[in-house]
Design a protein around this ligand. Structure first.
Ligand code: G3P
Ligand code: CA
Length: 270
């Protein structure tokens, strides 16, 4: 195979890069709605990230914030409402389309609804890999997510994820053997990054996600040597994408999935 004049370094040659649509294609469509996930797929994504909260009647609703205020026309927490009540809310009108967005991605999202994890799984099945964050602080969130994964037979398509709560992830995995987990060891990294990575590997996590500003070749290599994938989060610009690839990360969450493909850019540089 020839690559013309662009010499690829051995490190990046043919490496697959997880281009994970963060809350769906949330740079263009209202985050965590079906519209955002469908747009991510339209853009060629095969992986999505999302956030889970429990409603008053125990349904898993996809929402990032602890409250409904920023991304819907409701107020309060999802646990204040039943799923039927949450379904009445408008989860699309808050987003003002970015006039700088490519025209083909600009749509009218007025009236878009909150959705459940089951609706997401039912729509895309095993065509996607899902990075499902246990966002809710309520008891029962891990069990509810595992039940949904089991119900849809998607164990091999899901990573359960969390910031700092290694024990909660381990509990989820203990409920469904073989389920993969990804940890952001945010607090531990602040104290001692080498120890944080070693603890995560000992705990059996499959992946770490680390803020793009904190990623380095050394951190990535150390995690990978211990058998974990390392992905970036907090990507804000195309230079961050290039940086994630240049340090050898295995992927990233990004609100603009059209900024890169799932192959490593041969010309990536920090
Ligand atoms: O996997 C989650 C990470 O990419 C960032 O998530 O919840 O801070 O938007 P969040
Ligand atoms: Ca998240």
């Amino acid at each position: 195979m020839t690559h013309g004049n662009s010499a690829k370094s051995p490190k990046t040659l043919d490496k697959r890069f997880r281009n994970i649509a963060h809350r769906g294609a949330s740079g263009y469509a209202p985050e965590n709605t079906m519209a955002a996930f469908r747009l991510a797929v339209e853009m060629g994504c095969t992986e999505v990230e999302t956030d889970t909260h429990l409603s008053a009647d125990g349904e898993l609703v996809l929402l990032h914030d602890a409250t409904l205020d920023r991304t819907t026309d409701g107020t309060g927490t999802p646990s204040d409402y039943t799923l039927d009540e949450l379904k009445q809310l408008d989860a699309g009108s808050w987003l003002t389309p970015d006039p700088g967005s490519p025209f083909r991605w600009r749509r009218d999202y007025h009236g878009e609804r909150l959705i459940t994890l089951s609706e997401l799984f039912a729509e895309f099945g095993d065509r996607l890999t899902y990075h499902v964050e246990l966002k809710d602080r309520a008891e029962g969130i891990a069990e509810a997510v595992v039940d949904a994964v089991r119900h849809f037979g998607l164990k091999e398509s899901v990573f359960v994820t969390d910031f700092d709560r290694s024990d909660l992830l381990r509990r989820a995995v203990s409920l469904l053997s073989g389920l993969r987990s990804a940890l952001a060891p945010r607090q531990a990294l602040l104290a001692d990054s080498v120890a944080a990575i070693e603890q995560a590997a000992t705990a059996g996590h499959d992946m770490l996600f680390i803020a793009i500003d904190d990623l380095s070749e050394q951190i990535v290599a150390h995690g990978q040597r211990l058998g974990m994938e390392i992905r970036a989060y907090g990507v804000r610009c195309k230079q961050d994408v290039r940086r994630a690839q240049a340090v050898g990360a295995d992927g990233m969450t990004c609100n603009w999935p059209d900024w890169c493909s799932d192959r490593v850019d041969a010309d990536s540089s920090a």
